[in-house]
Design a protein around this ligand. Structure first.
Ligand code: PLP
Length: 400
């Protein structure tokens, strides 16, 4: 059996999405910016797809949704543009990000920091959550931007974006949220949540890879990251990825339709699977379930190196993740577990299971059996497990 439980990394392209994209490779392949019928025949499809994307995040017609190549590009764009517009010109000198943002935010923040911008990295608490008050405390009259993700890719922790949006509005500070892990799992409505900029990426909600977007609220400006032609109103040059846009439109439409299913049925399956995993002794989950996206479990098995568990799972046809970068000889600890302050042992034992609307009960039952066997096998040969201290030090809870 092959079981895919790494949906926070990427998702299967929904067959209906693929079907709608197909004609744009060998039939309707015109460049939408050309001046002939080959171009013109793509226009209605792009328009319909854009309408679906606007509807999916409840954007206003006057807002902009700019198509990019991925969320990494959208995230780079926001921070670098803020740097050029506010920091380099001396109008402001400070931005705020959470310490558990995706590397496309953290690495960009570090880059602009190296160019002279002050950056505050907001800490997470012992449950892996950001407290809105910490944003209020960090804002100064020189703060240009706050960038806090909607939900974390490792733990699934949902951050208080509505409150943060209000705090930013109160202080006249721009607010960006990376909603990559939230679309299709939570309501992401830009009007309700007071965001100025929002990042998302099609391949995380059953769309194709290589197409993302940046929502820009009306009246907010950004300096282009890619200069060139007049595509996307000159905000993002480069020939339009027609198939990608059509695919993202369809994927967004389906994500909205499936939202209730995701928030009830998938959550229920996840919860039952998690209950069963937590029956294995010495297992820990960090973020409480009601503060997490409905599809995600980050669980630690004391005494078991995450990579060893992944190996066993992979041998049995199961794809999951440790959430840590595996660099040649170095096995890095899970970054969120480290940020929480989990002890070294536990930070290396985290495994992330992320479900999707394609996950079946049969797959989870099978995975549970494989995990139980792997835990027994790996703990038997673990040099650290027998000596591991007992209890819940490190501030970890059992996830209930
Ligand atoms: N932001 C978050 C929270 C993510 O989880 C990811 C992907 O893992 C990205 C950004 C990057 O997305 P993309 O692959 O579209 O660049």
């Amino acid at each position: 059996m092959r079981v895919y439980l790494d949906n926070n990394a990427t998702t299967i392209v929904d067959p209906h999405v693929f079907e709608e994209m197909e004609p744009f490779f060998v039939q309707k392949y015109g460049n939408p910016n050309s001046l002939h019928a080959f171009a013109g025949e793509t226009h209605p499809y792009i328009k319909t797809a854009m309408e679906k994307i606007y509807a999916g995040i409840q954007a206003d017609r006057k807002d902009s949704v700019v198509i990019t190549s991925c969320a990494t590009e959208s995230n780079n764009w926001v921070l670098k543009s803020i740097y050029f517009e506010y920091i380099l010109t001396g109008k402001k000198n400070h931005i705020i990000v959470s310490e558990v943002e995706h590397p496309s935010i953290i690495a960009t923040a570090k880059f602009i920091e190296s160019q002279g911008c002050k950056v505050t990295y907001l800490p997470i608490n012992s449950e892996g959550l950001i407290e809105a008050q910490s944003v209020r405390d960090a804002i100064t009259d020189k703060t240009a931007l706050v960038s806090v993700m909607w939900a974390n890719n490792e733990t699934g922790a949902i951050f208080p974006v509505q409150e943060i949006g209000e705090i930013c509005k109160e202080h006249d500070v721009l607010f960006h949220s990376d909603a990559v892990q939230a679309i299709g799992k939570l309501p992401v409505w830009v009007q309700t949540f007071n965001v100025d900029y929002l990042t998302f990426s099609a391949h995380k909600f059953h769309g194709p890879k290589g197409v993302g977007a940046l929502y820009i609220k009306q009246g907010r400006e950004l300096i282009p990251l890619l200069h060139g032609g007049s595509q996307m109103g000159g905000l993002r040059s480069g020939t339009l990825n027609v198939a990608g846009i059509v695919g993202m439109g369809k994927a967004m439409e389906q994500a909205v339709d499936a939202l209730d299913f995701e928030m009830s049925d998938i959550r229920e399956m996840r919860d039952e699977f998690e209950d069963a995993l937590l029956e294995i002794p010495d297992t820990f989950v960090v973020t409480p379930r009601n503060r997490r996206t409905p599809n995600t479990i980050l669980i630690s098995f004391r005494g078991i190196e995450g990579e060893s568990m992944l190996w066993d799972l992979n041998q049995a046809g199961i794809g999951a993740s440790t959430g840590s970068a595996c660099a040649s000889e170095d096995l890095e600890a899970n970054s969120v577990m480290e940020a929480i302050g989990a002890d070294e042992d536990l930070a290396h034992t985290a495994i992330r299971f992320s479900l999707s609307r394609y996950t079946t009960q049969e797959e989870l039952d099978y995975t549970l059996e494989v995990v139980k066997k792997a835990v027994n096998r790996l703990r038997e040969i673990s040099s650290s497990y027998a000596y591991a201290p007992e209890g819940h030090e490190s501030g970890l809870t059992t996830g209930h």
